[in-house]
Write a protein that binds this ligand. Structure first.
Ligand SMILES: *Cc1c(COP(=O)(O)O)cnc(C)c1O
Length: 223
């Protein structure tokens, strides 16, 4: 399925006045779909797989802002460190240390979001509140990382109440740091909401949504 331009414009019209950034999640989709979206003004694209991201970066327009939204393995940080615009899923201190190390090597400060576990499913990655606190307490240790905020994924559920409550919790956690003097100039992004739940996420205070299937069509399941 090609890029669904009408849906894209519909969502953009809805979120732009609210200062919410739409990240077009293009994972598994061919470059031609990305170019299509780019022509209609999309500049932020999200990918989940390192090799796929590198290939698309090399072939695509150089002013695209590439977001890495998947689970990132430490040994692969080096491939995306030179160009990635924002890494959403930092879910361990070990990973943060590696990002800092790779940033230092190339003298580039790398933008990151810390991923917080809010869903009921065990399988979703993320820090718990204590792990987050640990990291936030010595952020200045990571000279080559800009921690710009938080990312989270709600439970995969038809129950909107559950989803709403999980986003609400993440917003509260976000606010505790966002309102601290030490962070208030840098800690500004709250990435939550996907095709199925972005309206709920925005109502709970999201300012960055990651939209894939609504604008690029369903993905092939196995990927
Ligand atoms: C795939 C993915 C999305 C996009 O999901 P859709 O339901 O297709 O909008 C958003 N966030 C993350 C972390 C993803 O892996």
């Amino acid at each position: 399925m090609p890029f669904l331009v009408e849906t894209y414009h519909h969502i953009i019209k809805e979120v732009e006045p609210l200062d919410v950034t739409l990240v077009a999640v293009s994972k598994t989709k061919p470059l031609i779909d990305i170019l299509d979206a780019y022509q209609f003004g999309a500049k932020d694209f999200g990918e989940n797989y390192v090799q796929e991201l590198v290939e698309k970066y090399e072939a695509g327009p150089k002013d695209i802002r590439w977001h890495f939204i998947g689970h990132l393995q430490s040994n692969k940080v080096k491939y995306i460190a030179p160009f990635v615009y924002l890494i959403h899923g930092v879910d361990s201190e070990k990973l943060l240390i590696e990002i800092n190390k790779q940033g230092k090597k190339i003298n580039r400060k790398i933008n990151c979001l810390l991923q917080v576990h809010i869903a009921q499913e065990e399988t979703k990655f993320g820090l718990d509140v204590n792990e987050l606190k640990q990291i936030m307490q010595h952020l200045d240790q990571f000279e080559y990382v800009n921690v710009l905020g938080l990312m989270g994924m709600a439970s995969f559920s038809d129950d909107q109440e559950i989803v709403m409550k999980e986003f609400k919790i993440l917003k509260q956690i976000f606010d505790t740091y966002h309102h601290q003097d030490a962070f208030k100039n840098t800690f500004k992004i709250l990435s939550m909401g996907m095709s199925a739940d972005y309206k709920i996420a925005i109502a709970q205070g999201s300012n960055m949504i990651r939209i894939g299937s609504s604008i690029f069509g369903e993905r092939i399941k196995h990927h």
